[in-house]
Design a protein around this ligand. Structure first.
Ligand SMILES: Cc1ncc(C[n+]2csc(CCOP(=O)(O)OP(=O)(O)O)c2C)c(N)n1
Length: 531
């Protein structure tokens, strides 16, 4: 007779979920026992890394991923990157073992008495099945919930004694839609506003990339002859950044953002919150006389926008619909941005000079994973992303995502056969939050290159302290860290790159290797301004 475990593994097979990211414990062993040969366990040394690897893998494959963690303490370790997965809108099925049902009442060691509350509010659905036999159908429901818009993580708490119980007949393997079409009447209204605008602008968010909607975005921008910005702090690239109409990323503060949009009578925001702000710089949300139109597939995002008119719908369907409804604008398109001036040569080099060298050697099909807080503006100014699904960072502001996410993305590049080179740029502070992901990359033999700009400080926090007039904050310097030794300890190749000229050859060697390579690059300790 089939057990709950047999039926669950069959369902996971049918759903294409044969990779499990995780870190095992006693409460997971009954699920993992006799681990089937057609499944793969991606072993992370800590749950924060398991969660972000699964996130990166899901984003890069465009499919949900399964991450199996230890009961309450394991979930606790993974929580920071669960927050990030929620903001990234990544469909993750997070499962954790639970103590034996027989003992739950008396709360034995490793019981998670309020397991479904622990993960709140960063899941779309959390459940501990009332009966062992409900586990397979709960997986089916978890899958359907995770992938529907807005996609996101879901959680199942699974008592360890359930797996050997006799199963009910298997649940139906169901499908659900992952795109929602916009209301056609309201879309016509949006088109009429845009057609009547004198100087419209387009602001695009990460959902455009998630929805594979770059072609629709380019068609719409060209139809409107409008400038295009990326919405503030975007976690994905959204538009060909070398396109003459692309203006860069909007500032992430209220006053400066409104200032950047001055002169536009209609602003269409697609696939982003309105807006993702960070430092509080008061001001009007929009310049006087600017009307904002908002397309999102997330009802909560639509509800919390402080200004504008919102329309629910898929970014790609909405933009393609607008292209059909709009006449070709008869104004000249905006002219291209100036290329940045060559960097100044200093010793040690500026981050700007290092990123200029990186841009000069960038592989055409390269994938950039970024967690380099104070130097982000320099990186994005120098290195223009021109292809979809080629830039990833976290939407949340939580460190410890970039390095493990890059491992998951590099694994996805190998599994899908695309084989694109993956380069992570991770600050020397950010590097340490989920550093053990390097071991998984080494075990998997992934040719991941990790460039670490070493400024020996939390520079962005110094910039924030200056902006907010909070002098004397402790713990903003990072002496005594040996990135090379740490990387080698986890099985990576590592080599200090002490001049920008040497970055190109070092990168080429790293990307041709059969294991990950960490490249610390000493940079100047100048603190870039936060805005
Ligand atoms: C989980 C988490 N802990 C702490 C912070 C606060 N924080 C934001 S940026 C930062 C420093 C990052 O340092 P580094 O990676 O060296 O980059 P730099 O600012 O020097 O460019 C810290 C500690 C955070 N964002 N997330």
């Amino acid at each position: 007779m089939a057990t709950v475990r047999d039926t669950t593994y069959d369902l996971l097979r049918a759903l294409g979920l044969t990779t499990v990211f995780g870190n095992p414990g006693s409460t997971e062993e009954p699920f993992l026992k006799d681990f089937p040969a057609d499944f793969r366990y991606v072993h992370a040394l800590q749950e924060a890394s398991a969660m972000a690897m699964a996130d990166g893998y899901a984003q890069a494959t465009g499919r949900p991923a399964h991450v199996n963690l230890h009961t309450a303490p394991g979930i606790g370790n993974g929580m920071g990157n669960l927050v990030t997965a929620w903001h990234n809108k990544t469909p993750l099925i997070v499962t954790a073992g639970q103590q034996t049902r027989e003992m739950l009442l008396i709360e034995p060691r490793l019981a998670s008495p309020r397991a479904v509350e622990l993960v709140q509010p960063y899941v779309k659905w959390a459940h501990e099945p009332a009966r062992a036999q409900d586990i397979p159908a709960a997986f089916m429901r978890a899958y359907a919930s995770a992938v529907q818009p807005p996609a996101g993580p879901v959680f199942l708490s699974l008592p360890m004694d359930d797996w050997g119980r006799p199963a009910d007949p298997p649940p139906q393997v169901r499908t659900v839609a992952t795109r929602i079409a916009p209301d056609p009447d309201r879309l016509r209204g949006f088109a009429a506003t845009l057609a009547a605008a004198r100087a419209p602008a387009l602001v695009l968010g990460a959902t455009v990339d998630r929805a594979d909607a770059w072609p629709a975005a380019v068609a719409l921008a060209e139809r409107l002859a409008a400038p295009v910005w990326a919405a503030p702090a975007p976690e994905r690239a959204v538009f060909p950044e070398g396109h003459p109409q692309f203006r860069g990323v909007l500032p992430y503060a209220i006053g400066p953002l409104a200032e950047a949009l001055r002169g536009h009578d209609a602003v269409l925001v697609v696939g982003a919150p309105v807006f993702r702000y960070y430092p509080y710089v008061p001001g009007d949300y929009l310049p006087a006389g600017t009307q904002l139109l908002h397309v999102t597939d997330d009802p909560d995002e639509a509800a919390r926008a402080p200004v504008g008119e919102s329309l629910l719908g898929d970014a790609g369907l909405a933009m393609a619909g607008l292209v059909e409804l709009l006449p070709q604008a008869d104004r000249p398109p905006p002219s291209a941005r100036d290329a940045p001036a060559p960097p100044e040569a200093t010793d040690p080099p500026s981050a700007d000079a290092v990123f200029a060298a990186l841009a000069g050697q960038w592989p055409a099909d390269g994938v950039l994973v970024q967690e380099s807080p104070s130097n982000l503006a320099a990186l994005r100014r120098r290195l223009r992303i021109d292809r979809p699904r080629s830039y990833f960072t976290m939407a949340s502001g939580g460190l410890g995502f970039g390095l493990p996410a890059a491992v998951g993305i590099a694994l996805a590049e190998r599994d899908t056969g695309r084989g694109r080179p993956v380069v992570a740029v991770v600050g020397d502070g950010s590097f340490h939050y989920s550093v053990q992901a390097l071991w998984t990359a080494a075990q998997l033999g992934l040719p991941l290159a990790v460039v670490v700009p070493v400024n020996r400080q939390y520079a962005i926090l110094k910039a924030f302290a200056e902006l907010k007039h909070t002098p004397g904050v402790p713990a903003l310097d990072l002496p005594g860290l040996d990135v090379t030794a740490v990387a080698r300890g986890y099985g990576c190749a590592a080599e200090v790159v002490d001049s920008p000229d040497r970055l190109g050859p070092a990168l080429a060697t790293a990307l041709a290797a059969d294991r990950p390579t960490v490249l610390p690059v000493p940079i100047s300790s100048d603190v870039p301004r936060i805005l």
